[in-house]
Write a protein that binds this ligand. Structure first.
Ligand code: SAH
Length: 226
């Protein structure tokens, strides 16, 4: 792929994300994403996280297949979810559903440390490789079940879940620091889902808010899969 063409397409995508943010303000209450979020979206080369041969569509504002029946999320959704965590740069963040590793790379641009868990072994391996290649050494990938969180590294300032469970996993709420935020899609597979923001206050009480109707792959329970 011609690097100049990719750069142009990347630039165009950033403008589209800004337009989408404006269009969805009615639901989200945010008409634009922060400069930090947009700078992160500008900094991470999404084409490095695509399947070989799919680089040309990396900067189209759509989810794409990454193998194993999974997808790399739509860039606008990546920006939205990143923005809702309100990160300032020093935070310890947990992501569930590493997939391609792209979202995780975006998070390392705006947080201090990122821990990400992926249930499909092959994807955990390839996400780790893509992140290594880009020099994201503040990003750690584990092959495991996100329903359990990452106990050894808990608590987290923020948690992002990029696969949809039917209800908010208690272990993840428990592993969130007081004052922490979690963004998570909730709903049945191939049905209506809602992106939810969970905020834990200083006393440990949580409140939830709906952000947007969304469509994510299901968060699957149980054993690690190969
Ligand atoms: N954030 C990814 C996209 C995620 S797609 C990216 O930027 O590319 C959702 C991912 O969640 C899939 O890779 C799927 O295998 C994974 N997943 C599903 N259930 C999971 C679970 N219980 N624990 C960890 N990962 C899970």
């Amino acid at each position: 792929m011609d690097p100049l063409k990719l750069e142009k397409a990347h630039h165009r995508l950033l403008r589209e994300i800004e337009r989408d943010a404006k269009e969805t303000e009615l639901w989200t209450g945010r008409k634009r994403f922060s400069e930090r979020t947009m700078a992160a979206m500008a900094a991470v080369p999404r084409h490095k996280f695509m399947l070989p041969g799919d680089e040309a569509v990396a900067y189209v504002n759509r989810p794409q297949a990454i193998g194993h029946g999974q997808t790399i999320s739509q860039p606008y959704i990546v920006a939205l979810m990143t923005d809702f965590l309100d990160l300032t740069g020093s935070e310890k963040v947990l992501e569930i559903g590493s997939g391609s590793g792209y979202q995780s790379a975006v998070l390392t641009q705006v947080a201090g440390q990122v821990f990400t868990i992926e249930i499909i072994k092959e994807l955990a391996r390839s996400a780790a490789q893509s992140l290594d290649r880009l020099g994201c050494e503040r990003d750690r990938v584990r092959h495991g079940d996100g329903f359990l969180g990452w106990l050894e590294e808990a608590p987290f300032d923020a948690i992002m879940v990029t696969a949809a469970p039917e209800s908010i996993p208690q272990a993840l709420v428990d592993q969130l620091k007081p004052g922490g935020r979690m963004i998570i899609p909730i709903g049945r597979a191939h049905d209506r889902q809602t992106l939810i923001l969970v905020v834990k206050d200083a006393s440990g009480q949580t409140t939830t808010d709906s952000v947007l109707p969304v469509s994510f792959v299901p968060m699957v329970r149980g054993k690690k899969r190969n």
